[in-house]
Design a protein around this ligand. Structure first.
Ligand SMILES: Nc1ncnc2c1ncn2[C@@H]1O[C@H](COP(=O)(O)OP(=O)(O)OP(=O)(O)O)[C@@H](O)[C@H]1O
Length: 313
């Protein structure tokens, strides 16, 4: 079955005076996927999300959202909703009144706009009639998400939606986004939190200094040609060390953060060399008890790619 494209960007540039925020960005997002944008501070994530929401226009390049080319107008393309830099809310109004005002602005009848449903969906029913002023960041984020859901978007654009959420709130919001994606909505979100991205996204784009340094499935990042450090715990640490020292493509790393007396070994390797080492260990009767990357593949890739880009500047 052909996958429907929610978003296609080619050669997008955007500058603010002398500052080049986006420098030839290509991006593809398919319907029903959650796509993560990650990058150091100032990499251009918010600028890019703002273009998708029609808050600014690109200086050059082609942008197609939900099958329609985005021209130079400042307006959210039909079917797109979300927020950057935190949701815009009226602090003197309650969540219910905020959503009713938004529905009215769009020419909808507040009674039939589904306000109760979206408040329940984001877990704000209990505070639906409290004033928004004084809401925590996490509650405002949830209300911003409710406002976006009210439009039944086919492309949802969120700038750091997990900011300020406690673990339960995060889990709740992740559930909402995953359900939306399962129903066919494309979600593009930025985050600095690798755990969130790994939990939520099937694909990521890494930006550094306004450029794409990686874009694709998370699984590809994990197997990309990059050495990672792994913790290795076996039934016979001495034998494991001897085998690791002799194994081609394996470097034993003396990591001060790892307790040697606990029998742990840290090895740096590409996946095929690591596979070979595991086979050798088992052949020699050394049982494998734990084998985990020291940092997640996404975090390792993020650090390697963005540091390289910074060095090249
Ligand atoms: N309105 C603006 N006027 C001037 N410069 C801007 C403006 N918006 C963004 N920039 C600059 O463009 C670059 C990209 O900023 P952007 O906010 O898109 O980065 P980001 O990846 O979202 O960063 P962060 O992770 O800190 O939120 C930065 O150098 C920033 O200072």
């Amino acid at each position: 079955m052909e996958e429907l494209r929610a978003l296609r960007a080619r050669g997008i540039t955007k500058s603010f005076g002398d500052v080049v925020a986006l420098d030839g960005i290509d991006l593809d997002v398919t319907q029903g996927r959650i796509h993560g944008l990650v990058g150091p501070n100032g990499a251009g994530k918010t600028t890019l999300l703002g273009l998708l929401l029609g808050l600014a226009v690109a200086d050059s390049g082609r942008l197609e959202v939900l099958g329609t080319p985005v021209e130079r107008a400042l307006d959210a393309p039909d079917g797109v909703a979300g927020f950057v830099d935190g949701p815009a809310l009226y602090p003197s109004l309650t969540p219910r009144q905020n959503l009713a005002a938004l529905a009215a602005l769009r020419g909808h009848d507040a009674r039939t706009a589904g306000i109760d449903d979206v408040l329940a969906e984001v877990g704000l029913t209990d505070v639906a009639d409290d004033r928004t002023r004084g809401f925590s960041l996490g509650m405002r984020q949830r209300l911003g998400l409710a406002a976006a859901l009210l439009t039944k978007p086919r492309l949802l654009v969120l700038d750091e939606p997990s900011n300020g959420l406690d673990p339960a709130g995060k889990k709740h919001v992740h559930g909402v986004l995953s359900r939306l994606a399962a129903d066919g909505t494309a979600v593009v979100l930025s985050s600095h939190n690798m755990d969130d991205l790994e939990a939520l996204c099937s694909e990521v784009t890494i930006l550094a200094a306004g450029r794409v340094v990686f874009s694709g499935p998370l699984s590809k990042l994990a197997t990309e040609n990059r050495e990672l450090d792994y913790r290795l715990l076996t039934s016979d640490p001495q034998a494991a060390r001897r085998l690791a020292d002799d194994a081609p493509g394996i470097q034993v790393v003396d990591d001060p953060g790892v307790r040697q007396d606990a029998g742990l070994l840290v090895v740096r390797a590409l996946m095929p060399a690591l596979d070979q080492l595991v086979v050798r260990l088992v052949e020699r009767g050394v049982a494998l008890r734990e084998l985990t990357p020291m940092v997640s593949p996404l975090e390792a890739a993020f650090l390697a790619l963005t540091e390289q880009q910074e060095a090249d500047r």
